[in-house]
Design a binder for this molecule. Structure first.
Ligand SMILES: Cc1cc2nc3c(=O)[nH]c(=O)nc-3n(C[C@H](O)[C@H](O)[C@H](O)COP(=O)(O)OP(=O)(O)OC[C@H]3O[C@@H](n4cnc5c(N)ncnc54)[C@H](O)[C@@H]3O)c2cc1C
Length: 293
């Protein structure tokens, strides 16, 4: 495939395991890292005209990528990282690191994003998924969005044009790609208090999450009024292993890669856990991670 000359980096036959935090996946036909929104849009429009499938990735911290690889073009947004501060508002491009943005907002004495200090994704995917922790979500802060529609048109969305739910948004349902977003933060008198809160959040994560092994965060969504990890642990899955895919001994809602885990092993673990939890507790666990096939 001869791709057009667009600014950015293009690599063919690229291992997907290098693009996700689980370190799992076969090869992509091609991967493109645009330098700007214009580069991304130009390439996506060319792919559409040529009927080439396009798949978008940020930091790959919420996806299970297939062992068989991906056909078409994978577009990685991490080069889209312009940020503009306007008093208590920040306009930030999709590929910006959410953790970095959380640290920077705290350093400016602005409140609202401290929950995100341990979420290793991009801002764009976080908005699409409505990432959250400790009772807060990024959706609460979003005031305006620039998106690329499924028809590859650029569109500005204002409040009322989008909505958020538990780890989901209206954007995902219609297949919009977030290009940039405007977040509204609040001023805080005590910036040190904010840093202290974030230090506590990080300490809690290190204590309760298996950050020492490749993983993709919580595998299952929490059922209403309960915790997926609690049910999986109660069903006896902690530490159980299929090849190099293991239900974490630290946190039962994490599956870790102990070396060369495959997508197939993770999928089998997921299916067996779902079935067992359903049999034992009558609860159907739904994946929180995006399973790409
Ligand atoms: C250790 C660990 C801890 C985590 N803790 C949390 C947590 O506390 N709370 C939480 O919510 N999540 C958590 N996660 C999951 C994950 O980090 C977040 O969901 C994050 O927002 C995903 O961002 P990403 O860039 O890695 O997305 P990716 O995994 O690259 O993509 C995820 C999905 O979003 C789509 N996508 C990518 N970019 C865009 C875009 N610009 N616009 C629209 N769609 C897009 C992709 O096509 C894919 O379907 C954790 C993950 C890990 C590994």
């Amino acid at each position: 495939m001869d791709y057009p000359q667009v600014k950015g980096r293009l690599e063919k036959d690229y291992p997907l395991k290098k693009l996700c935090t689980w370190r799992i996946g076969g090869k992509a036909d091609a991967v493109f890292w645009p330098e700007s929104i214009q580069d991304l849009v130009q390439m996506v429009r060319w792919c559409k005209q040529n009927d080439l499938p396009v798949f978008f990735l940020g930091r790959g911290s919420n996806v299970l990528l297939p062992d068989a690889g991906l056909r078409g073009l994978v577009v990685v947004t991490t080069g889209l990282n312009k940020v503009t501060w306007q008093q208590q508002t920040v306009i930030v491009e999709a590929g910006y690191s959410l953790m970095l943005l959380a640290r920077e907002t705290a350093a400016k004495g602005l409140q609202g994003l401290e929950f995100a200090c341990g979420i290793p994704g991009t801002v764009g995917a976080a908005v699409a998924i409505n990432a959250g922790a400790y009772g807060a979500t990024i959706g609460d802060l979003v005031r305006q969005l620039t998106v690329l529609t499924a028809e590859a048109e650029i569109c500005t969305l204002k409040q009322g044009d989008f909505s958020f739910g538990y780890r989901t948004s209206s954007l995902q349902k219609v297949g919009f790609l977030v290009l940039d977003c405007t977040l509204q933060l609040s001023p805080l008198a005590d910036a040190n208090g904010l840093k202290e809160t974030m230090t506590q959040y990080m300490a809690k994560r290190r204590k309760t999450q298996p950050l020492e092994y490749p993983n993709a965060g919580s595998v299952f969504r929490n059922p209403v009024g309960d915790s997926a990890g609690r049910l999986i642990e109660l069903a006896g899955w902690k530490g159980r292993r299929l090849g190099d895919a293991q239900v974490s001994e630290k946190h039962a809602n994490f599956i870790v890669n102990r070396g060369n885990a495959t997508s197939e092993q993770v999928l089998r673990l997921i299916a067996e856990i779902q079935q067992d939890v359903h049999t034992k507790f009558g609860v159907r666990l739904e994946p929180e991670i995006k399973i790409i096939s």
